[in-house]
Design a protein. Structure first.
Length: 209
């Protein structure tokens, strides 16, 4: 039996892309906790066992979904304008995409993704930091890790950023005199752009050997 025939599955209209799309829809609705074999099968209108024709297990399907999400990042932004402008635009774009995709962000935090899009992203960032900024490869690796981890961390923590009544109540039970600079900082307006500018400046500055 040929590989093409073997991979047709129980129904000729079942495809790996279709199953990945169904899994993405489930993820957007219920998050990674609800991304189960049965949920994906129900969304795709297939039997759970049909999924195994195209994916070895749920980890493989989750990997595909995570990699597809990373494929939505516009890597061309890293080639436009000055290095500082390019990285700023790319990070703004990435933060906006992540903010609108909390399920995908949670999935990326739950398992390491390996696929054509994730590797293309890593390669594009390494190329950017070596060819455009001037880092050596170890420096580019460090800068790439810092940028990726910051975007992930900022996206994961964003939902807890607003000041709630519970936070104010907890804060009122702490003696402010012991933390004067923190209290002063709380009174300042939030400035996410300043954080981004600091990050961009840090990773686009090459130290002399």
């Amino acid at each position: 039996m040929s590989d093409q025939r073997r991979r047709r599955g129980p129904r000729g209209d079942i495809t790996a892309d279709g199953l990945a799309a169904a899994a993405t829809a489930v993820l957007a609705t219920v998050g990674p906790e609800g991304l189960s074999l049965r949920a994906v099968a129900r969304e795709a209108g297939v039997t759970p066992t049909a999924i195994y024709t195209y994916y070895d297990d749920m980890a493989a399907l989750r990997n595909r979904v995570g990699d597809d999400f990373l494929g939505r990042l516009d890597l061309g932004l890293l080639r436009a304008g000055s290095p500082e402008q390019a990285l700023h635009a790319f990070l703004d774009h990435g933060l906006a995409l992540f903010a609108n995709s909390p399920g995908s962000v949670a999935l990326l935090a739950s398992q390491r993704i390996a696929g054509p899009h994730s590797l293309a992203l890593n390669e594009a960032l390494l190329d950017f930091f070596v060819d455009r900024v001037g880092h050596d490869l170890p420096g580019a690796v460090a800068a790439t890790a810092l940028v990726v981890e910051w975007v992930h961390g900022a996206s994961m923590l964003a939902p807890s950023a607003p000041v709630t009544s519970a936070f104010r109540a907890a804060l009122s039970r702490v003696d402010p005199a012991r933390h004067p600079r923190t209290v002063e900082a709380f009174a300042l307006p939030a400035d996410e752009s300043a954080v981004l500018e600091l990050l961009v400046t840090a990773v686009t500055t090459v130290r002399s050997p």
